[in-house]
Design a binder for this molecule. Structure first.
Ligand code: NAD
Length: 411
């Protein structure tokens, strides 16, 4: 199954509950615009290389489209299309005035020098600058991109259109960024985890957590949950998993990673396990925070955690989701769980437009408020209708987008 087919199935599960007509479904799921650009550049060794960059603008009924840029060898149009649609529901679920978009380049950033990464990014914006902008489509970081890449995007865009830092979010704090953006997605995952535990009558101190992925999202999630007194017993990255039954020392792990090229490889104060083993650990909370598609039917049967929090986008295939539901496993879905990042991106954009910088405290307070409201709405809807948190979240998002579409007028 392709990524967008999976998105369509989740969409239809919610649309069935809402009794949406086929015509309305087709209009809401079809992307507004898809752009594909050639990126040709000279490598450090003087050879010519060519790759492809994508931007899918899914829906703008509720405001300018918003979504990250992913640099990863597996990026293709289908994946970007699926992630763009998720952004439409995500921004609606947390009720920020945006639509949804996503972009990416089929490239492995680890194989590029800093100079090559900069050139690839600038050529991408040369191809995209006419279709993005602070009132149309605002990119942000995702897997394989970071604040430096966002700074290059801002700089390249202004060569065509003049100074306008609100064209991209996730910028360095020293260059029109906002304090708290880097931590925002992981912090949001942590905030939701604590809320969910409380609703399920569990105490953080008695909660064992395993996290797949120790990049931006996974590492900040681990830090937040360790501070909240949960026991993070396993983390992993592309080098494999690291397990310690009485809890990993997260601040030591963070130091290790920053001193070892952002990798956990070689960390010796824990047992080495595989990523597959991590997914099947006997823990209370499992948090996929790396790639999509990691929970298939077989894994869904093998998972022993009663709670899954989807920090990654699209970690669960639709048929696996049904298995998890039948097994009574509580899943906090991606469209809600990782919405902290886009929420603080919205604060950054608003701050850029006001030319006024918020404090970290204010960012954290507002983030907590926005996410708490969204969590309560989804939780209540799920319990009122006796449906999963995923279907409830999608109903909330699709409903808001649908109402904006109809109010704006379709004729
Ligand atoms: P990142 O590039 O900072 O980190 C990715 C992590 O995943 C790294 O630790 C990497 O080693 C690990 N990884 C890669 N391949 C793996 C594999 N095969 N097995 C196990 N681990 C693997 O990316 P990120 O920004 O932390 O994004 C992680 C996920 O969160 C993605 O699904 C992304 O779409 C989602 N997300 C990110 C943000 C954000 O603000 N960065 C916001 C919303 C959602």
């Amino acid at each position: 199954m392709r990524a967008f087919d999976a998105t369509r199935i989740f969409f239809d599960r919610a649309a069935d509950q809402m009794e949406l007509t086929e015509n309305m479904r087709r209009m809401m799921i079809t992307p507004k615009r898809e752009v594909q650009v050639q990126i040709a550049y000279e490598q450090d060794n003087g050879e010519l290389n060519t790759t492809i960059g994508y931007r899918v603008q899914h829906d703008d009924a509720r405001g300018p489209m918003k979504g990250g840029l992913r640099y990863h060898p597996d990026v293709d149009l289908d994946e970007v299309r699926s992630l763009a649609a998720l952004m439409t529901w995500k921004t609606a679920i947390v009720n920020i005035p945006y639509g949804g978009a996503k972009g990416g380049i089929a490239v492995d950033p680890k194989t590029l020098s800093v100079r090559e990464l900069e050139i690839v990014t600038r050529r991408f914006i040369d191809g995209l600058h006419d279709v993005i902008g602070p009132d149309t489509d605002i990119p942000a970081p995702d897997m394989g991109t970071n604040a430096q890449v966002m700074a290059w995007i801002m700089n390249q865009y202004q060569k065509y259109h003049g100074f306008n830092p609100a064209v991209v979010t996730g910028k360095p704090v020293e260059l029109f960024g906002i304090p708290g953006r880097e931590e925002a997605t992981g912090r949001g995952v942590g905030i939701f985890a604590v809320k969910l535990l409380s609703r399920l009558g569990r105490k953080p101190q008695q909660t064992r957590v395993a996290i797949q992925g120790f990049g931006n999202v996974g590492s900040y999630t681990a830090r937040f949950l360790a501070d909240a007194e949960c026991k993070v017993v396993a983390v992993s990255d592309v080098s494999g998993g690291y397990f310690r039954g009485d809890g990993l020392h997260i601040s030591e792990l963070l130091r290790y990673v920053s001193e070892h090229g952002n990798s956990l490889a070689g960390y010796a104060k824990a047992d080495h396990i595989t990523n597959e083993q991590l997914m099947r650990l006997e823990v209370d909370v499992l948090i996929p925070a790396a790639l999509g598609g990691v929970i298939d039917v077989e894994t869904a049967h093998a998972i022993r955690a009663p709670i899954i929090i989807e920090a990654a986008n699209s970690p669960t295939w639709p048929d696996a989701d049904q298995v998890l539901e039948q097994r009574g496993i509580t899943v906090l879905p991606d469209v809600l769980a990782n919405a902290g990042g886009v929420t603080v991106s919205y604060f950054e954009w608003a701050q850029n437009r006001q030319h006024y910088q918020w404090t970290l405290n204010r960012v954290r307070q507002e983030l907590d408020r926005v996410l708490s409201d969204a969590f309560e709405r989804v939780w209540e809807l799920a319990h009122e209708r006796k449906i999963s948190l995923r279907t409830a979240a999608w109903i909330l998002g699709i409903g808001r987008v649908g109402r904006a579409t109809v109010l704006g007028g379709i004729a």
